[in-house]
Write a protein that binds this ligand. Sequence first.
Ligand SMILES: [Zn+2]
Length: 252
Amino acid sequence: MTALFYVLVALFGVVAGGFLARAAYAIPRGEYKQILAPRCASCGRALPFKYVVPIVGAFLLRFRCPSCGEKQGAKTLCTELSFAAICALLHLYYGFSYLFFLYVVLGGVLLVLSLIDLDIREIPHSLLFLILLLGVMTFVFSFFSFSLSNTVWWEHLVGAFVISLPLFILMMLTGGVGGGDVKLMFCLGLLLGYKLTLVCFLFGIVAAAVAAVILRLYAGKGGKYQLPLVPFLSLGAVAALLWGNGLLGLLF
Ligand SMILES: [Zn+2]
């Protein structure tokens, strides 16, 4: 029975992941129809409906647009598999609790944000607002102490500023940090509380540093590639949700 639940959760993740991948393309361009009826990003021709089928679609496409031959489908497949893994792992740690549903929504929004940041280096305010809304909800819940998690209201308030404020100061002084990253850490901090926010940022920065070193090795010293931070902060957030409490339990 438990195994069946994992299969169902992963299946949901695969199906929802396809929608998230298309949403990441459609939202910044305002072409919302493409969430249901995708077009080739290169030639603009509509892709037949069978290519929307989760996982199978990418293979039916042979990872190329049938009209122009441009690469297609790999990103969607990766998103489907990633979101399935995120959903299954969250179920492993949170069962079917209120937090599971909250974090699945958060994971989905973060995945879309990451794809958009990788794609066009933008962080849409509409998606940040969704995370802020989840954060405010969690804060209000914990304030009226019918908190379903084990956090206290001030932990969320401190969380909102613990990383975003230093990042904001760094942005003002050096300009090396994007305003979107500061806003994201504010919203995430409010939702996660300060402990998990610290874990999230630590994971994220280490992952970004490793990626930067690998890129430097491959691209050489001349390669000027500005690393987008949102995917790494998102990775950190998911890692904090899964292992943050266990890690903090070991340390304190
Ligand atoms: Zn095409």
